[in-house]
Write a protein of this length. Structure first.
Length: 194
């Protein structure tokens, strides 16, 4: 059994199934992201995007997963994750792809960030697709799940804030350190794998 099939089997056994979570704008702003997996020569890879630089965007330029805020026309958060993924990278997870589960719901821990509840869904990309990035995404690349697991949070991201240099744990990647909420999502995901 190849790496991808082994990981897929572990996820089916250990992931919470994807729930059709109702959008509740009166309770809290909600967002959904897609941790998309694909098989490449028997190995599992995950899609990482670099958000475009945009004034006023708290996550401008960050490495992230495709996704975004729920809209009133989305029937649930799976629909949000699918819509945002298609808009940002052109992958239609509802046409040949598959949502296989969801990870723990997270919220930003930094008080400077907007109040937001983020639901990460794990999905498998359709066998055939063509990526088409929209203006919100500067770059997209695939990273080996085995490399993420092996390297762990061996990098860090640092930035000055209020006169102090702050450091956050991060996963190394060809696009730079993967930190913040995306690091937390990847850590939860990788904890499910042997």
């Amino acid at each position: 059994m190849g790496d991808f099939e082994m990981i897929r089997r572990q996820l089916y056994e250990r992931l919470a199934p994807p729930r059709h979570i109702t959008i509740e704008p009166e309770r809290v702003p909600q967002a959904a992201v897609s941790l998309i997996l694909r098989e490449a020569q028997g190995l599992a890879q995950a899609l990482i995007i670099k958000r475009a630089e945009r004034p006023g965007d708290h996550w401008s330029g960050h490495l992230a997963l495709p996704g975004g805020r729920a809209q009133v026309e989305d029937r649930d958060l799976i629909a949000t994750a699918a819509r945002e993924t298609y808009e940002e990278v052109g992958i239609d997870l509802l046409d040949g792809g598959e949502f296989i589960g969801q990870l723990e719901i997270l919220a930003p821990t930094n008080a400077r960030l907007p109040r937001l509840e983020i639901t990460p869904f794990v999905a498998v990309a359709p066998p055939e697709f063509t990526m088409k990035l929209n203006g919100e995404v500067a770059r997209a690349f695939w990273i080996s799940v085995a490399d993420l697991k092996r390297e762990g949070r061996s990098s860090f991201f640092s930035t000055p804030l209020d006169g102090v240099v702050n450091k956050w744990p991060a996963y190394p990647s060809e696009g730079g350190p993967i930190w913040g909420i995306t690091e937390r999502i990847l850590t939860n995901f990788l904890s499910l794998l042997d």
